[in-house]
Design a protein around this ligand. Structure first.
Ligand SMILES: NC(=O)c1ccc[n+]([C@@H]2O[C@H](COP(=O)([O-])OP(=O)(O)OC[C@H]3O[C@@H](n4cnc5c(N)ncnc54)[C@H](OP(=O)(O)O)[C@@H]3O)[C@@H](O)[C@H]2O)c1
Length: 248
């Protein structure tokens, strides 16, 4: 069975490790190429965009792909949309492997917003110290609120960091411990945390730290998912893959 796995997430890496030893699955893992030095996976992989729906469609045909797993990040909207369109056009089975969103507890001080622009507005007019963990591409929106001091944490150094007048950059890759997050937020005198509702355990401790310190959180909720079967457990996606094996 020839499979394309759209990756760039922990979930994709876990799935790939599970199918690496299977002779009956010939899978390719696809990265967008955003991370400067991704860890090489134990299966064949490719790096870079396909060239929109048309490029992806051509790739799927040329590689005689039987099914596609969209294991991209919940905020990778464009890739998911392209996968849904190409698979629909070709009549190919497509399933999503995703992680559950973070859920608010009664001790949280969350403000939920729909997008980055709304997060900027929710910060308000008064200057605050903001812990910004929205990824490199999300930073640009915060140039509209130069009154705040930004503690920015990204995996790779962002090209656009200079657009934030007052900032301190932390380049680090999770997982982060609760102790680390509490120390960071307390020492930097963080007043508000801004994050996407990515879910997962690697970066979850910042929410627990904000809860412990009584810090406000502005949380950007997930965009609506594509209407395709979605699974949170790797076991379930493996069952789905087996059920969509082409008949010989
Ligand atoms: N967005 C996040 O917060 C976030 C966080 C962690 C990891 N990631 C990962 O980083 C990658 C890029 O995220 P994004 O939000 O920039 O995506 P996006 O906005 O949905 O995608 C933009 C374009 O990047 C290319 N692309 C995205 N994912 C790809 C993949 N796995 N393989 C090949 N091409 C891909 C596609 O280009 P073409 O149209 O040319 O095919 C797509 O149209 C994704 O793989 C995602 O899983 C994203």
């Amino acid at each position: 069975m020839r499979l394309l796995i759209l990756g760039g997430t922990t979930e994709a890496s876990i799935l790939v490790r599970r199918i690496a030893g299977r002779r009956d699955i010939n899978a390719v893992l696809s990265f967008a190429g955003r991370t400067r030095s991704p860890t090489p996976p134990p299966i064949p992989f490719r790096i870079g965009g396909f060239g929109g729906v048309a490029g992806l469609t051509t790739y799927l045909i040329e590689r005689k792909t039987d099914a596609v797993i969209d294991a991209t990040h919940p905020f990778a909207v464009q890739m998911s949309r392209n996968a849904a369109a190409a698979c629909h056009d070709l009549g190919l089975p497509l399933a999503v492997l995703t992680r559950p969103p973070w859920r608010r507890t009664q001790d949280d001080r969350w403000t939920s917003v729909a997008d980055m622009a709304a997060a900027v507005r929710a910060l308000g007019g008064q200057p605050r110290t903001v812990f910004l963990t929205v990824g490199s591409l999300g930073l640009a929106a915060f140039a509209d609120a130069p009154q705040h001091r930004y503690i920015v944490r990204t995996i790779d150094p962002p090209d656009a960091i200079g657009i934030l007048l007052s900032h301190c950059l932390i380049v680090a890759r999770g997982p982060f411990s609760l102790e680390n997050e509490i120390t960071l937020m307390r020492d930097a005198r963080v007043e508000v945390l801004v994050t996407k509702n990515s879910g997962g355990t690697a970066t979850e401790a910042k929410l627990a730290a904000a809860r412990a310190l009584g810090i406000d959180v502005i949380i950007i909720e997930r965009p609506a998912p594509e209407p395709v079967p979605a699974f949170e457990a790797v076991e379930d996606i493996l069952t789905w893959i087996d059920a969509h094996r082409p008949t010989p």
